[in-house]
Design a protein around this ligand. Structure first.
Ligand code: AMP
Ligand code: ZN
Length: 473
């Protein structure tokens, strides 16, 4: 059966087929976090969605290279760095570490590459230079370099591939320096922002003078460097469709690095927003929860992951604590069934076939990641398994086979099994590992800071003759 995904570019569900002639390798880029603050669980809905796409492609036999950039220089970050009076790296470092700890707590596979915008300045400058040479970018009197939408369209390229835009209203040469603007104000956007006093120490030399990159160019440069000028999948939250992704297409295809007739990206996938009382969860509206708010109330990463994976990725849904309690109940049903299977299987090898769970699960997810159908298959399997267990119709080998079937689907769902007893949740383990790494690097200040963070969350590190271990206070 074919794997079908909705493609924002064609506005239709179409068969997913990678560019790789062997049909095996998939390049996938998901716009990562802007590390100016802690990410909220709305942001994580998008990253859990990307994790689902990656895991499902792997389940379907593809070898995925998953790239997620880290935006560590942009307008908001610079404003915060200035307010905090610290260096850019010092400021963003702690939010980046927290982001990855949360990502792990939510059961997400770490991306294969997490490039930082600040480490790709030469690639960014090379891309802007290519656009200048082609006459698609120009330096304005303010010293910044802008992308010319008029020139781009003049070459026969389409601006407005992901979103229909009314370009008749376009006022030629009107410019926008800010990275975020509405579709009503389509304008030439900044590729390189000339240094202004408010930037403080955040600037790099370039052929156009000191300055820093715009946000959109960062993603074009990093994705093309790591995945090539044409790659398979580009993901992000739905708010990135315009202008961010539209601008990425314009810059990347404008440079013309693709083979003749080739596109920057074949499939675009966008995740719908997580809402709170009908409104987008966002820092601006103040209606957000960070992971710590929820784990502080006793919810686990896997419960939050389950909730984030309970709705179709193209549908918005409201986040509620009741929803999280529902996630807990649903997972408890799975855990209970697995515990009974484990008890019965105890050491037996899976002699029987894995049953039809993986097939039913795949049939659902093949249809544009129909998670409701996939969970439906899981809970149908739980019901049937419980019935057979109650009727003592399972041999240990069959119980082992049922567990193996669960492992296959859980490699995609990533909700794992309940932590036993006093076992530390994943985010605590992540902090513990962070502290061990800091000690190894002889960064004792960082190690102590993590130890204090663990203490605040109710866990202590005991140094024993067998090594350090975690203990609940
Ligand atoms: P940012 O750190 O603001 O660049 O956002 C990181 C990712 O989170 C982007 O892909 C956004 O589209 C996504 N995002 C932001 N708010 C939400 C939300 N409420 N629900 C789902 N995704 C979101
Ligand atoms: Zn991006």
């Amino acid at each position: 059966m074919a794997l079908n995904f909705f493609n924002t570019l064609t506005r239709s569900v179409e068969e997913f087929a990678p560019l790789d002639p062997a049909g095996k390798k998939v390049g996938m880029y998901c716009c990562g976090p802007t590390i100016h603050d802690s990410a909220h669980i709305g942001n994580f809905r998008t990253f859990v969605f990307a994790d689902l796409v990656r895991r499902y492609l792997e389940f379907r036999g593809y070898t995925v290279r998953h790239v997620m950039n880290i935006t560590d220089v942009e307008d908001k970050i610079i404003a915060r760095v200035r307010a905090a009076g610290v260096s850019l790296k010092e400021y963003t470092g702690k939010y980046e570490a927290a982001f990855f700890a949360d990502l792990q707590a939510l059961g997400c596979q770490p991306p294969h590459d997490s490039p930082h915008a600040t480490e790709f300045i030469p690639e960014i400058i090379a891309l802007i230079s290519a656009l200048v040479v082609k006459g698609l970018a120009y330096q304005a009197p303010d010293g910044s370099v802008y992308f010319s939408i008029e020139k781009y369209r003049g070459c026969g390229c389409v601006y407005g591939q992901l979103l229909k835009l009314n370009l008749d209203e376009l006022r030629v040469g009107e410019r926008v320096r800010s990275d975020e603007y509405a579709k009503e104000s389509v304008s030439d956007f900044a590729l390189w922002k000339a240094r202004v006093p408010e930037d403080g120490a955040v600037f790099w030399p370039s052929p156009w003078g000191e300055g820093r990159p715009g946000w959109h160019i960062e993603c074009s440069a990093m994705s093309m460097k790591l995945l090539g000028p044409s790659f398979d999948l580009h993901l992000g939250g739905e708010d990135l469709v315009f202008p961010h992704h539209e601008d990425e297409i314009a810059q990347s295809e404008g440079a013309g690095w693709q083979a003749p007739g080739g596109r920057f990206v074949k499939h675009w996938m966008h995740g719908a927003h997580l809402l709170v009382e009908g409104k987008k969860m966002s820092k601006t509206l103040g209606n957000f929860f960070v992971l710590k708010d929820l784990t502080g109330q006793g919810f686990t990463g896997r419960e939050i992951r389950y909730l984030l994976l309970s709705a179709h990725y193209r549908e918005t849904f409201n986040f509620t604590l009741d929803g999280l309690r529902g996630a807990r109940t649903a997972l408890a049903r799975i855990d209970e069934c697995l515990a009974k299977l484990r008890e019965l299987a105890a050491g037996a090898t899976a002699a029987a076939a894995a049953g039809d769970l993986p097939a039913a699960f795949q049939a659902a997810l093949d249809e544009d990641l129909n998670v409701a159908g996939a969970w439906g298959a899981v809970f149908e399997w739980v019901r049937e398994t419980n019935r057979r267990l109650a009727e003592q119709r399972f041999t240990p080998a069959e119980a082992a086979a049922a567990l193996a079937a669960w492992q296959v689907v859980d490699a995609v769902l990533g909700v794992g099994a309940a932590p036993a007893g006093e076992e530390a949740p994943a985010e605590i383990v992540a902090l513990f590992e962070q502290r061990q790494a800091a000690r190894k690097a002889r960064d004792f200040a960082a190690a102590d800071a993590v130890r204090n963070e663990l203490k605040a969350r109710g866990w202590v590190i005991e140094d024993t003759p067998k090594g350090a271990r975690l203990k609940k206070v």
